[in-house]
Design a protein around this ligand. Structure first.
Ligand code: FES
Length: 431
């Protein structure tokens, strides 16, 4: 089924590349992150070109819940503990700048943009809420703990961020791509000596941005160790109650709520890709219990890259790949982080100092408790028996009966029942 955004937007089409060409900056990947990078670079007068293997916004962007916020779960306590108060402050600034930039851009775009508060709640651990509040107070953010939600969920406490936003991402994209140089159905196979080899011709560039959701070059950067993927689900029911805000559980497997016109979007059912989880069933059970009179109008699922320390990887792809940059690992916060990425990467490319570049650098330390878990999962996947194996690195694929797909628990590649590639890092269909 189409997501609400796909069903209510009209995204323009672009031709495929015909033969060789050149540009200053080549952006690989036509999701929101790549498109915002192209938009920002163009606005700075940089010659750039974007290529997409399929159609633009055919991946994750069309399947989001489209919340624009600098409140990414209870992230500020985590960042303060690992990277210090100053970096937590920088994370807030980078994201608040992104929220403000959306507000400015969307003033002139018909994309259902509404300023809303964002509220992160915790169902069972008041101490956690308190710690997040203290971390926020330490970086100078004024808020307080609340104890009630306008949805039927009991909570230990919640924290509100004012003046955040929600929108329809595809209506937004449909507007901003109009003047960009884009080639669709143009798949980059590799980058060699400043030339991207595609299925349609070669593209010479001074710099490259890889914005392919999961980075497609496996030889560099070790992203398959530094990330795993997580699936989550959304149902839209015809419940006309105004929540006047966006609500999300701080726990990875919790639920989220927001309005979109007359609809109520309920998100959740999360699980690591290739593992069991609540899926649509969990959301439908919730809707049936608490909103039995209402009907489901849309449903969709999405997939997110999760990093080792909950901060995105934005910057140099690896130490050995000069002039290749990456934006990935948005940890479920792709709208705001895509905007952050477009600023950070545009600054790096034009040689301007960016205050947030070090914080998001993919070259930061990998030593986190998540690292051995990622490695362990890969080892298990490699030795597990299966009738189907993933063409990425050979892990055993698991059948996902809810979506009728073959999913890889190691790094999250997914394939249709017939074996066609749906989600990377694998780059080919099943044999
Ligand atoms: Fe890496 Fe399947 S995605 S082995």
């Amino acid at each position: 089924m189409l997501s609400l955004w796909s069903a209510t937007s009209d995204i323009p089409s672009f031709d495929a590349l015909q033969g060789d060409t050149k540009t200053d900056v080549l952006i690989i990947g036509g999701g929101l992150a790549g498109i915002l990078c192209a938009f920002e670079l163009k606005s700075r007068g940089i010659d750039c070109l974007l290529v997409e293997a399929d159609k633009i916004c055919s991946g994750i962007t069309k399947n989001t819940t489209a919340k624009i916020t600098s409140q990414h779960g209870f992230i500020y306590d985590k960042i303060t503990k690992k990277f210090g108060v100053e970096n937590a402050q920088k994370y807030l600034q980078a994201n608040e700048n992104a929220v403000k930039k959306y507000a400015k851009l969307c003033k002139n775009i018909d994309c259902d943009f509404y300023e809303k508060d964002n509220i992160v709640y915790c169902v069972d651990n008041y101490k956690k809420v308190e710690k997040e509040l203290i971390a926020l107070q330490n970086i100078g953010y004024k808020t307080q703990i609340e104890y009630k939600l306008p949805v039927p969920i009991g909570i230990a406490g919640a924290i509100r961020f004012k003046n955040q936003a929600q929108f329809n991402p595809l209506k937004f994209v449909a507007h901003i791509v109009k003047d960009l140089n884009i080639y669709e159905n143009t798949k980059v196979i590799e980058i060699r000596n400043n030339v991207a080899i595609t299925n349609r011709g070669n593209i010479k560039a001074e710099a490259f941005i890889v914005a392919t959701h999961f980075p497609f070059m496996n030889k560099h950067g070790a992203y398959f160790v530094k990330m795993y993927q997580h699936r989550s689900y959304v149902i839209a029911i015809d419940r006309n109650n105004n929540l006047d805000g966006m609500y999300v559980d701080e726990a990875k497997t919790g639920m989220s709520f927001r309005n979109a016109g007359d609809l109520l979007l309920i998100g959740g059912g999360d699980h690591r890709t290739g593992k069991q989880g609540g899926s649509y069933n969990e959301l439908r059970r919730f809707a049936k219990t608490y909103y039995p009179e209402n009907h489901e109008k849309y449903h969709w699922a999405t997939q997110d890259c999760m990093t080792l320390d909950s901060i995105a990887y934005i910057g140099e792809y690896s130490k050995n790949t000069p002039n290749i940059y990456v934006a990935t690992g948005f940890n479920k916060w792709g709208m705001t982080t895509s905007m952050v990425a477009s600023e950070v990467l545009s600054d790096i490319i034009i040689g301007k100092k960016n205050d947030y570049a070090d914080l998001f650098s993919p070259q930061r330390s990998m030593l986190t408790p998540q690292l051995p878990l990622n490695i362990g999962e890969s080892v298990l996947g490699l030795v597990a028996p299966s009738t189907k194996r993933c063409p990425h690195l050979g892990c055993a694929l698991k059948w996902n009966s809810a979506e009728r797909t073959w999913d890889c628990p190691c790094h999250g590649s997914r394939f249709s029942e017939k074996g066609e590639l749906i989600d990377n890092p694998a780059t080919d269909d099943l044999k």
